[in-house]
Design a protein around this ligand. Structure first.
Ligand code: FEO
Length: 399
């Protein structure tokens, strides 16, 4: 039987670990799974904070009943965020606990009606409202668009625990350890960045507003709904979120190529070598056909420089590169430098589409733009080397 894991005397982790789903939201690969964290607060009244994806309901109920047994009901279910990885078990939980009151803000309750056709036992709360469980007083703070319009956080003023749902969470199932001091945080911070950059980062101005509110709190523990519980240094991930949402970047460059026969790859390899010779130590090279786009977005969010190199396919940008540029345009990144190169055999297309992508976004385009017919000559590769040198200068100039 699964058991709850205590966080404080009266708060427990009762989540589930998913190592079966291949693609989160049908998009983002999960090489080491993902956790759905839910929390139980036992007081005179009993409250749950969020639920889990519906396919993990059995594990979830086992952990819940390890604390409550069958005789004590749950009074409240607080819904911080409505995406079904957290709300998916609401309808069944109402059957298990018929008097369960669902707590959410106006937008949350609208979504609950639309998603699950639930019309009764709904408790609407506003920003700053307090739910009194007895000893524990829970305060709600709305943080819209981090990353849906109804998102809010719940702060337990008694134990100084903040329940943040997606915010400050990341991919990666929990592998025995549940707390930040029990796990390899280098891995989880990388997965928190992958979650942030792909799912939350587009809404960075809203993240900044949320961080300003979080910084006013006396905080001992952050309980996100994915990834480790942050108790040893909760402010570290808040600071990382702050940096990422300000578009502060590391000195380094991501080089992404789309190549059918290796000619574009020769060009981007020459650029990568030039970056290295110019002293850029962190250069990450990715094949756009093989890397899941979520890892590309993670690295591009993290580093100041980006090189996109693409062959032409049927007079257009190579399809996996077109997917990447469309994805990047949606993320609304700012303050990064960009170098471009392209190749074609019988009809141009790739470089002009990359230039159009650059013009529409907030990128500092570094020249020369290098375009090659069929196979790069020595003169073409010298142009690639020059582009690498100019990129290195531009990356350093933004330090
Ligand atoms: Fe973890 Fe936006 O759902």
């Amino acid at each position: 039987m699964y058991k709850a894991i205590p966080i404080t005397e009266s708060i427990s982790w009762i989540g589930a670990n998913d190592r079966e789903t291949d693609l989160f939201e049908g998009l983002w690969t999960l090489p080491r799974g993902v956790s759905y964290n839910s929390y139980l607060i036992c007081d005179e009244k009993v409250a749950l904070v969020d639920t889990v994806k519906s396919s993990y309901l059995t594990d979830y109920l086992q952990r819940l009943r390890s604390v409550l047994q069958d005789c004590k009901p749950v009074d409240y279910l607080i819904v911080n965020h409505m995406e079904p990885d957290h709300s998916g078990s609401i309808a069944v939980m109402r059957q298990v606990y018929p008097d369960l009151k669902i707590v959410g803000n106006k937008k949350t309750l609208e979504m609950i009606r639309a998603f699950y056709d639930i019309q009764d036992n709904l408790v609407e709360v506003k920003d700053g409202d307090v739910l009194d469980l007895g000893t524990h007083k829970l305060v709600f703070a709305l943080i819209p668009m981090v990353h849906w319009p109804e998102t809010m956080v719940t702060y337990d003023t008694t134990d100084k625990v903040l329940f943040t749902c997606d915010a400050f969470g990341g991919f990666g199932a929990l592998e025995g350890g549940v707390f930040d001091d029990e796990v390899d945080m280098d891995f989880y911070e990388s997965e928190i960045l992958r979650y942030f950059s792909n799912i939350v980062g587009r809404y960075s101005p809203f993240v900044q507003k949320a961080i300003a509110r979080v910084r006013t709190l006396d905080l001992k523990v952050i309980c996100p709904s994915h990834g480790p519980v942050l108790r040893s240094n909760p402010w570290r991930v808040v600071d990382l979120y702050d940096r990422w949402s300000r578009h502060e970047t590391e000195e380094g460059c991501v080089v992404v190529y789309g190549s059918m026969y290796g000619n574009t790859k020769k060009m981007t390899d020459a650029i990568a070598r030039s970056l290295s010779e110019a002293g850029i130590r962190k250069v990450a090279v990715h094949d756009v056909s093989r890397a899941n786009v979520s890892f590309l977005v993670r690295d591009i969010w993290n580093f100041r420089g980006l090189v996109l190199g693409s062959c032409t396919y049927n007079t257009e940008l190579f399809p996996p590169m077109a997917h990447l540029t469309r994805t990047l345009a949606n993320k609304a990144m700012k303050g990064r430098v960009l170098g471009l190169c392209g190749s074609y055999s019988w009809s141009r297309g790739a470089l002009s589409e990359l230039l159009s992508f650059a013009e529409k976004g907030d990128w500092e385009l570094v020249e020369p733009n290098v375009e090659v017919k069929s196979c790069p000559t020595e003169a073409d590769l010298e142009q690639c080397t020059l582009l690498g040198q100019h990129l290195a200068q531009a990356i350093r100039a933004k330090s």
